[in-house]
Design a binder for this molecule. Structure first.
Ligand code: PMT
Length: 410
């Protein structure tokens, strides 16, 4: 039986083009056996006809705060008490701002203030609005109050732009709501981006990693329900929604943050391009150009991934291999040498894929298995890799007790 069966869910719908997805959501909730009461803001009715929701839920839609007929049936305080969960999907930037402020200027915001039920919001807006510091501050306030923020997703937007802000698909919201995402509640630690190894106060050694692959993977894993912490080298990317981010600069800093958190992680994903060496002597002043030649003495950095994989309480480890030739042979020897559960190998240094590029192709290996993903935008590729990782992780853990599952291995 679905964990949503019998739940009394108040589905709030605000004025956004994504309101059409709320229709699918209402249908999915009813199919799962939930009782659904739809409450819209006045703006939402511009996008979906009230009768559509009424027909799907079997309950008249509520919208007005001062509606004598509706209030006579169940006033807004009774409605706030009736709800076991409140889910607002889509939640517009304006709605998020109003509830962050504690405003109660229409029926939906009033209910959010008057209810003691857990509140879930699925933001939907243009990417610039989502990234605006005001929206991010409002999201921070709401999270701090225990509001669960679902998504948003990345990709093509109704306005023709590309980026974060799309409402999650109804199916993904239903999964997260039911707590049955393939990685629901699983704690995942991800490294991404390059490291910078100082030569002097103004120069460093680094590499071409943009962080795109690791960030896309962190977002995809959060989309499967995982609790993701992203340990990031210096990159110019916004944090993926729903992901906790820790910024580091050097390999030693990354190693120390990962070391401190690896014990709590069930999965470790090493997508960072960690500098293998760092300068031995780092003067406190800028090195002057005096000599015709200069030699930089380097010392090896710790191998973060190998160290995590060697722990007695090692999480499930997915490493990456960046190769310029002999992709499969080199990747398989890294898989074995570092004692990993999986490795995702990519060709770098060519004209397509790898570092900096928007696209990538991956050959994924694990003991006794392999899978090839063709050249794809990194976000789409990350979703496929996250799905495969979830399958391999569950297979490694074995069948859940009482799950009735026979064997998840493929
Ligand atoms: O960031 P993008 O521009 O999107 O590019 C993506 C990427 C090419 C950086 C990514 O897909 C990738 O391949 N990341 C790993 C790069 C790398 O350092 O590969 P490697 O073969 O040198 O290292 C093998 C593994 O050991 C990697 O998982 C790496 O994170 C890890 N490692 C390496 C050295 C070290 N000191 N500590 C480590 O943890």
């Amino acid at each position: 039986m679905s964990p949503l069966a019998g739940k009394r869910i108040l589905l709030g719908v605000t004025g956004s083009i994504a309101a059409y997805k709320a229709v699918e959501l209402a249908r999915g909730l009813r199919r799962a056996g939930a009782e659904v009461q739809v409450v819209t803001t006045p703006g939402a009715r511009e996008f979906v006809a009230p009768l559509t929701f009424q027909a799907l839920t079997g309950r008249p839609l509520r919208c007005e705060l001062f509606d004598p007929a509706a209030e006579a049936a169940m006033d807004h305080i009774e409605l706030a008490r009736w709800a076991e969960w409140v889910l607002v999907a889509p939640a517009s930037a304006d709605f998020l701002a109003r509830i962050a402020q504690g405003l109660a200027d229409d029926l939906l915001t009033t209910l959010c203030l008057a209810t003691e039920a857990p509140l879930w919001v699925a933001p939907a807006m243009n990417r610039v609005m989502w990234r605006h510091p005001a929206t991010q501050a409002n999201i921070g306030v709401l999270r701090g109050r225990g509001v669960r923020v679902l998504g948003p997703d990345q990709g093509a937007q109704a306005c023709g732009e590309e980026g974060p802000g799309r409402m999650l698909e109804a199916e993904a919201i239903l999964r997260l709501l039911a707590g049955d995402g393939p990685l629901s509640g699983v704690s995942v630690l991800v490294t991404a981006g390059p490291t910078r190894e100082p030569i002097d106060p103004v120069r460093f050694l680094s590499n071409r990693s943009s962080g795109r692959m690791g960030y896309a993977l962190a977002a995809a894993l959060a989309g499967l329900g995982a609790e993701v912490t992203l340990v990031s080298g210096p990159v110019a990317l916004p944090s993926p929604p729903g992901v906790a981010r820790v910024n580091v600069e050097t390999a030693l800093e990354m190693a120390s943050v990962v070391e401190a958190r690896a014990g709590d992680a069930a999965i470790f994903v090493a997508a960072a391009a960690v500098a293998d060496y760092r300068p031995v002597h780092v003067p406190g002043h800028k090195i002057k150009k005096r000599d015709a030649r200069r030699t930089l003495e380097l010392t090896p950095n710790p191998d973060i991934l190998a160290t995590v994989a060697a722990r007695p309480d090692a999480p499930f480890c997915l490493g990456f291999a960046a190769e310029t030739r002999d992709l499969e042979a080199n990747a398989r020897s890294k898989l074995e040498a570092k004692g990993l559960d999986m490795i995702a190998a990519n060709l770098v240094g060519g004209s397509e894929g790898g570092f900096e590029s928007e696209d990538n192709a991956l050959l994924v290996l694990w003991p006794g298995g392999r899978h090839e993903f063709p050249l794809l935008p990194k976000q789409a590729l990350a979703r496929r890799l996250a799905d495969l990782l979830a399958v391999r992780f569950r297979a490694a853990r074995g069948p859940e007790p009482d799950s009735g599952e026979s064997d998840a291995r493929d």
